[in-house]
Design a protein. Structure first.
Length: 225
């Protein structure tokens, strides 16, 4: 399932597009600010970025330029009400791969997304490793000292996120937002329960990594001392 980052500050449009794209079998994370977009793009992988030109804290052009300057390669589809050729040129020059003028038909949006997905993909590592633990994100398998260990899908997703961001503390509320959809009924208490289950599995298999709790900051994945 292709993963899309949707950056749109029009709340009604953001909700409408998210629902529509999820019905087209895309996984969608929808946010409203450029600052949050840049943070997520540093810590997560997306297959396509749908980016509004006008955001409350910075423009889509700014985000494109900063992301490309960091060697970000994910295709970007720019959304805007600007329809002049010079505006389109500015969007493309900033690093966008395609440009769609509002208002637009959802079927055209889907066609543009699929066209971007058909482009030659960037080869990404499929195995995350830390200490004696490996996560194969393609096959959904965890190995500890080359022994296969079972994780339920959400346990896997949670550990995968922490492995992508080692030594970085995340409160339960942030993990809830980043790993679960915004419509999920999972609570911060549920996150704590998942963390407990993962810890037990890591301990049972003598993993050399651990999920620690930093008081006032949250959970962090680190090597055992």
């Amino acid at each position: 399932m292709s993963k899309i980052l949707l950056v749109e500050d029009d709340l009604a449009l953001k909700k409408t597009l998210k629902v529509f794209l999820e019905r087209q079998n895309f996984a969608v994370e929808a946010i409203e600010t450029g600052e949050e977009a840049l943070f997520r793009l540093e810590t997560e992988h997306y297959d396509v970025i749908i980016l509004d030109w006008g955001l409350p804290d910075m423009t889509g052009l700014d985000i494109c330029e900063k992301y490309r300057n960091r060697n970000g390669m994910t295709p970007i589809l720019m959304l805007t009400g600007k329809n002049q050729a010079t505006d389109k040129a500015r969007g493309l020059d900033s690093g966008a791969d395609d440009y769609l003028t509002k208002p637009f038909e959802n079927v055209e949006l889907t066609a543009r997304i699929r066209a971007l997905l058909r482009r030659q993909p960037v080869v990404k590592p499929t195995v995350l490793a830390m200490g004696n633990v490996q996560l194969d994100s393609v096959n959904g398998v965890m190995l500890i000292d080359n022994r296969k260990c079972s994780l339920y899908p959400k346990e896997f997703a949670l550990l995968e996120f922490l492995l992508k961001n080692p030594n970085h503390a995340f409160p339960a509320e942030v993990l809830l937002e980043r790993v679960w959809s915004t419509e999920s009924e999972v609570t911060p208490d549920s996150i704590r329960a998942y963390i407990t289950k993962i810890r037990k599995k890591l301990d049972a298999e003598k993993a050399s990594i651990q999920i620690s709790t930093r008081k006032g900051f949250g959970y962090t994945l680190e090597l055992m001392s």
